[in-house]
Design a protein around this ligand. Structure first.
Ligand SMILES: Cc1cc2nc3c(=O)[nH]c(=O)nc-3n(C[C@H](O)[C@H](O)[C@H](O)COP(=O)(O)OP(=O)(O)OC[C@H]3O[C@@H](n4cnc5c(N)ncnc54)[C@H](O)[C@@H]3O)c2cc1C
Length: 383
């Protein structure tokens, strides 16, 4: 086996988590090396879009990425939440600022990759799929059978697959087998920068505004069989089903792009660290996209982790990593809970449930303080 004898900070996975970590931490004293299993052009094929909250936008601006400098960020000015077959809806707005921004996953990766490639303290090795980790002796091997040593490892492969023997994953069996259908739709009416969340008993439907006023990203989630039917049906049937479930707030569908499916998982690691490894991003906590919180939570995690590492001069100790985990645990658990309660609560079909949910939405819509609390929670993760 060939041996790479540099010992330094390594990152497994150059998704948003790995790249943001590298950009927040790269500095003169060491190099950060990312190992990405896919080739670079893989990312241009990703169709999902991400709603980023104000806290994420603030953190991204630290690494020089901001809606002021890049037109691929689309502002969200209103969030409209409703449920099928019911009265009541919640409208969230903020006269003073945007509620967040939508960016396509592939565009965010491109911005991050451009920054990383221009940073001489960051190196990305594409098509380097990590196959096994020896956490006792601090090295891992990739598909080319090469050994890489590390002093500190950020594990952000998006699934945590390689870690199941070392870290304990907690899951919620009620959230198993869910899939997200993602596509881009054109509608008769303009979205006016409104993000929609529509609950149905089969699962929530989200629409995120895109750069063109009648273009939105559709995320329709539900049980696998249900979503597969929609994935495989023709465009006319899909358009009819959409209006039947979403209503005519944006009029009829005038165009539907190719649909793709993402299997969803709901799992987290209660202790996402050991010795000199931190598990981050979806590998540490993945949740239903109903509240659009997965990456936002990760970006806040990375901010806290990076500040602690910096303050401690990158002297890694288990006590330091515990401090990181302790600081983040409460917020992670509460957002995981909120996401699963939203999905389960709105698919509950017991008699009277619809009426109760409609009344709750009516109450929420008229309660300035409760709405403000929700806004803060989803924007900054505040408890
Ligand atoms: C449909 C959908 C909609 C979403 N909407 C939102 C939203 O609106 N807002 C929000 O905040 N979040 C949202 N999320 C969640 C968000 O996409 C994730 O939180 C985010 O992508 C996690 O980033 P990550 O870097 O941890 O993982 P990933 O994005 O999965 O990246 C992991 C990287 O690791 C690489 N990799 C995997 N295995 C290996 C290996 N063995 N060796 C080397 N490299 C490897 C992969 O190729 C990949 O590039 C959504 C998710 C879905 C599915």
């Amino acid at each position: 086996m060939e041996k790479d004898n540099l010992s330094q900070i390594r990152v497994i996975g150059a998704g948003p988590a790995g790249l943001i970590f590298a950009l927040l931490n790269a500095r003169k004293t060491f190099q950060i090396i990312l190992h990405e299993k896919e080739p670079e052009d893989f990312f241009t094929q990703q169709s999902r879009a991400l709603a980023l909250s104000p806290s994420s936008i603030e953190i991204l601006s630290v690494i020089g990425i901001s809606p002021d400098q890049d037109s691929s960020f689309v502002p969200i000015k209103t969030i409209h939440t409703s449920q099928k077959n019911s009265f009541g809806r919640v409208l969230i707005e903020d006269d003073n600022k945007e509620l967040g921004y939508v960016i396509r996953y592939k565009n965010l990766i491109k911005l991050l990759l451009d920054k990383a490639k221009n940073n001489k303290y960051i190196k990305i090795i594409f098509e380097s799929e990590v196959f096994s980790i020896n956490d006792q002796q601090d090295f891992f091997t990739d598909g080319k059978n090469k050994i890489y040593k590390y002093d500190f490892l950020l594990f952000s492969d998006g699934i945590g697959k390689l870690l199941s023997n070392t870290f304990e994953f907690e899951t919620d069996p009620n959230m198993d087998g869910l899939v997200a259908l993602v596509t881009e739709i054109r509608t008769e009416l303009n979205h006016q920068h409104c993000a929609f969340e529509r609950f149905t008993v089969n699962g929530p439907i989200a629409l995120l505004p895109l750069e063109n006023q009648n273009l939105s990203k559709l995320v329709w989630t539900g049980k696998k069989d249900y979503i597969m039917q929609m994935l495989n049906c023709d465009k006319q049937t899909f358009a009819t089903l959409f209006v039947d479930h979403f209503g005519e707030r944006l009029g009829k569908l005038t165009h539907i792009e190719e649909k793709s499916a993402y299997p969803l998982s709901h799992q987290f690691i209660r202790q996402p660290y050991q010795k000199n490894i931190v598990v981050s991003g979806n590998a540490a906590h993945s949740m239903h996209p109903v509240a659009g919180q997965g990456l936002n939570l990760t970006i806040r995690d990375l901010k806290v982790l990076s500040s602690l590492l910096y303050k401690n001069n990158y002297q890694i100790s288990e006590a330091l990593l515990k401090q990181y985990s302790d600081q983040r645990k409460r917020e992670v658990l509460s957002l995981m809970k909120i996401s699963s309660h939203l999905v389960k609560g709105f698919s509950n079909q017991i008699v009277g449930a619809n009426l109760l949910r409609g009344s709750a939405m009516l109450f929420l819509d008229n309660s300035f303080f409760v709405k403000k609390m929700f806004r803060e929670k989803f924007s900054y993760g505040k408890n």
